[in-house]
Design a protein around this ligand. Sequence first.
Ligand code: ZN
Length: 225
Amino acid sequence: MINVLVWCEHEQDRLQDDVKAAYPEYMHNAIANFLKEDPNLNVRTATLQDDPETCGITDEVLADTDVILWWGHIKHNAVPDAVAEKVQKFVLNGGGFIPLHSAHFCKPFIRLMGTTCGLRVDGFGKHVINCVRPGHPITKGVPEEFSLPVEERFIEFYDVPQPDELIYVTGYETGRLFRSGCAYFRGRGKVFYFQPGHETNPTYRDKNVQTVIRNAVYWAAPNKD
Ligand code: ZN
């Protein structure tokens, strides 16, 4: 079994009608629910809203966690530095970390990258997500090219270190590009940033997106002897 923790700030999905319309079950549950369909994944959730001090990320929880998925957007700064440091150490000690979409600006990811992790936002439109690393475990069962009808366009320059493994590059009708699937090794652990997943788009219901994220959980999980 792989123990998975889906973390969300749980702010816009409580307060904004357009987000509630896209994810009435809340965003962390939307992500957790498709992962729970896999009997090899033991999936739990935690949110900033439920416990602003610990964010639900205690030593006890981390001791029982292999991979953390992280969705945040407008409350990054509300995450205590002590929690970000716990997640950073969790990865350096072998844990997996998967920041999604606007979590490019979450504190643990910035700590793990050592750069600003800034990018440019360029409206919304069709995404064509291209695999540039066929054969990588994160791409298993996913077409080498797939599209999303509407998502939020993130464009370069994306201020992250050159990925250890660049898995996906997304192209737009504007002609611009974005490195949308970036894999890193940090300490004993692994990090995979994946760009799709704006809060008002039903992207986490897309089967290819779900498969990429599920594969990333398996890839990022520590090796257990
Ligand atoms: Zn967004």
